[in-house]
Design a protein around this ligand. Structure first.
Ligand code: CDP
Ligand code: MG
Length: 140
């Protein structure tokens, strides 16, 4: 067990449907603490930079178009094993494969419009948090 921070994003499909509170309730019920949060409408260029690890994927352009299509809510979640705990409560990338009760099982519209992003490892969490937040914005 280790205390960690992880980056979460509530995606445009979810903000459009007014699901920010419902998703936050699931994150908190999973034991995660939201120690930073802000609503942004990012440009496609920023989305391309954030998702550059997926640049060679066939879904990259559609993903970046989608992520810049409406507001997102970026968050830092904290807790014991926060990276893995958040991945568990998010559910599988494809909502058809997500466990019942997870955010994606309940709210995702498709494999692309799947309501939330979560960092996949401790090192990527550190990089992704630094992309959106400065130290002074993390209020633990
Ligand atoms: O978000 P997660 O870490 O579960 O999945 P990923 O493999 O890192 O992919 C990032 C995002 O790209 C997904 O959350 C989807 O929004 C999108 N994606 C897609 O549109 N089609 C795929 N076949 C795979 C991912
Ligand atoms: Mg990922």
């Amino acid at each position: 067990m280790s205390y960690q921070h992880t980056l979460s994003i509530i995606k445009p499909d979810a903000t459009r449907r007014n699901l920010t509170g419902a998703i936050n309730a699931k994150l908190e019920a999973a034991g995660l603490t939201i120690i930073a949060q802000k609503r942004l409408h990012i440009s496609k260029i920023h989305a391309q930079k954030f998702y550059q690890v997926h640049m060679s994927q066939p879904f990259y352009d559609e993903l970046c178009e989608f992520m810049s299509s409406a507001p997102i809510v970026v968050q830092v979640l904290a807790g014991e094993n926060a990276v893995a705990v958040n991945r568990d409560v998010m559910g599988a990338t494809n909502p058809a494969d997500a466990q019942p009760g997870t955010i994606r099982a309940e709210f995702a519209l498709s494999i692309g419009e799947n309501s939330v992003h979560g960092s996949d490892a401790d090192d990527t969490a550190i990089q992704e948090i630094a992309f959106f937040f400065s130290e002074i914005e993390l209020v633990g």
